[in-house]
Structure formats: structure tokens, C-alpha cells
Design a binder for this molecule. Sequence first.
Ligand code: GTP
Length: 433
Amino acid sequence: MAHPTEDLPSHASPMISPVPRPSAGYLSNWSELQEDGPGTPGLPNNLLSPAFTPPATPGAATPSRHLHAEPKSTPVDTSLDEPSIKQPRLVERLPNVECLVRARIPTTSGAEMFLHLYQNDSDNKEHLAIVFGNNIRSRSLDAERPGETEMDRMIRGAYVGRLRPGRTSSRIDPEPKKRPLGKRTRSGSALKNVTTVPEEAAVSEEEEGETEQPTAAAPVQSPVSMQDLERQPRKQGETGLEPVLESLDPKASGKAPLVRIHSECYTGETAWSARCDCGEQLDEAARLMSLPRSPGGVIVYLRQEGRGIGLASKLKAYNLQDLGNDTVEANLLLRHPADARTYGLATAILQDLGLGTDTDAQKPPEERGIRLLTNNPDKVRAVEGPNKEVRVRERVAMIPIAWRTSGAKGVRGAEIEKYLETKIGRMGHMIRE
Ligand SMILES: Nc1nc2c(ncn2[C@@H]2O[C@H](COP(=O)(O)OP(=O)(O)OP(=O)(O)O)[C@@H](O)[C@H]2O)c(=O)[nH]1
């Protein structure tokens, strides 16, 4: 049997002179990130002007030739793809997914997100969705479960507004912010708003200059025990959360939500590795989704460690890389595909979060579809699903921070340079707008 390397094209990475390695610069506060132009003292020219010609975004016009400081969207319409274009491996049917639990997580950057944990019928891993913004809801989480109490619903995160001590209803947030009785707001009746506006939104309205009358202190609610709530019957005819899900998020900006499909990378996200840009990409996606005028977004965090080959094989691949192979060759030497990932779970999770084409008709045209943060052309096509269950309307390139900023920010070093070159040169990634 032929040795797997015999079929490999010869490896010809250009010589790269190492640059000073920053001290985990990309872990610094998101807000410190200043976009200060493409000039990056100390970086070799081959990274600033890659010798490779990245392929075009699927279905899009030729990408711009210049690297801008800010990542820009490229319109996408995969129905325009030439039939000759290599298609990614698509799952035959989307897996069934169910969100088991959701919880609010305040983050070290100050932004809040809702972490959603999913189960599915195709593997037994805990895939996640990190949701920014209040308008993106999981249908499977919000659906009624037989026999459950209001406390059950709140504990698994199927509530609107905010939890606070003494809260008894998953559907009605009792005291988001006191409004003068009868005061009408831009979105309708005061009552409707009380049920839906989370604290964060109410504060923003105040900042926008709405006059607010002083109100009496909120009545102190007596603590309700777990047992009280478990005994509390659900009212006849109460269904899900639909009646109170009015969109009032002041962040909504008439744009489609940002989405990042992120594959697990223990080394890059947790163990400070400068071999890849995974940690930086996760941080950057979260930063973009929490910007003040962002319409919100979702990071679907898939448990596909090492491009789907698992951590043990990825570590072997690192040793093969230290022996002179690039990331693709190392995978093949280990008898794995260069990329073993699929994206059906991501498509199904996006559908569950109301970002699929099945809900597009209910949205204004400019908010339909998703804006996908990626450089990977296969991901753009694959996440749309076997029957175009999701529509990628724009791709937003993830330009490495070191390419966009001066100083020590971003992942730097010989390994990351080779990693990025391999992605561009051998995997067709489009690391420019
Ligand atoms: N097999 C292998 N996997 C790696 C290596 N370095 C990082 N990874 C994994 O690669 C995955 C991230 O994929 P990337 O190729 O960096 O990026 P991508 O997700 O395809 O594309 P983007 O959306 O543009 O980030 C994560 O699962 C990492 O664990 C490596 O050297 N070998």
C-alpha cells in the first residue's frame, strides 16, 4: 500500500523570518483593540501582501485587492456559484437539536451573553451557542415541556427579561424598570414593554434622552421557595413565550445578525497557543457582536477539536509540524482528512435560533439571512445546509489582528505565519475582504 505522503504535493512554504512574540497580547481587553491601519512594523511583507491569490467568496464579486483596517462584508449568493466549484461535504439531513439550558453570562469585557447548551441526535457532545442580544431565542428551549412548573422553566433558562430573587413567572418579568403608568413608548403600550424590555435596554433608552418620571420604590417581593413554585400550577392555556416576545432591542440596527461558526480549539482558546488564531478569532467575534450598534449575533461553538480529528491527533499533528510538515500534510500523515468537519449541527442550531430561511419572511428584507464571520469558503457553503436552510447573505473576513494593528496585539510568531499561509495556500481561505 502506498504511503500516504506519496501523493502529497511537495511542500514549498516561503522562508519566513520570525517576528517578536507578544506576551499573549490578544487576551487584552476587547475595547483596547484599536484599528490603526494595515502597516505592521516588524511583520514580513509576505503576510501583508500574501503571494497567494485567495479564491473569491462563493457567489460574490472579486474581493477587494486591499487590506482594510476594518473587516468589511462581502455580499454572498451561493446560487451564483459555478457548477465546477468544489463543494464541501454536506450532511444528507440536518440533525435534530434541542437546547437543554440557557444562562446569562456577564463577561470580563462588560458585555453580556446567553450561553445555550444543545443536545442532538447525531453525536453525544455538548455543542454550544453563545448568543449576544435579546432578540435571538431558541425555539426548542422556549417550547412547553409536559408537566413543568414555572420554576422548571426559569431554571432551564426559558424566561424573558431578567431573573432576580423572588421572580415567579418565566413569562412576565415583574420589574425590569418602573415606567409611569400609561406612558406610551415608541414601540407600543407600556404593559407590553414591561414584559419584554430587559434592564440593559431600558437603561439605553434613558441614555437616548427619553424623559423618565421618578417612581416609587419597587414593592419588596417576599421570597418564594422552590417548593412553592414547584406546586404552582401552570395557568390553563399558557403557551410558550410567544405573546411577550416583542422586539425592542435598541441595538437592532436593520442588519442581519453576525454569526461565527467556531470549532473547538483547546490549545488556542485555553492554553495560550500561538500556533493558531483560534483564541483571537473567538474574542474578535464576541467583540464585534457586542458593539453598540450591532444587531447581535451568535457564536455556534462546535465540539470539532482539531478540525474534527480530536485533541490527541491534533497534538500528534503538532509534532509532525515541528518535524517540518504543514497542517494539511500532518493530518494526512495521520490518515485523517485535511479537514474532517461538517456543519449540519451549526445549520440546525441556527434554525432553532430563528436564523434560518424558514423565518425570513417575518423579518424586514435587510435583516434576513446571516452575516458569517469566516475566511473559509467551505464553511460559507456548508452552513447553508443541504436544502439551503440558512442563507449567508454576507461574509465578513476575519483578518488577523497582527495584520491590522501595530504593537504587540494579535498572535505573532513563525508558527502562526506558517499556519495562516497553509490556510490561504492549501485550504483556499480568503484572509482579506
Ligand atoms: N488538525 C489540526 N487542527 C488544528 C490545528 N490548529 C488549529 N486546529 C483546529 O482548527 C480548527 C479551526 O479551524 P481553522 O482552519 O483555524 O479555521 P476555520 O474554522 O476553518 O475558518 P475560519 O472560520 O476562517 O476561522 C479548530 O478546531 C482547531 O482546533 C492544527 O495544526 N491541526
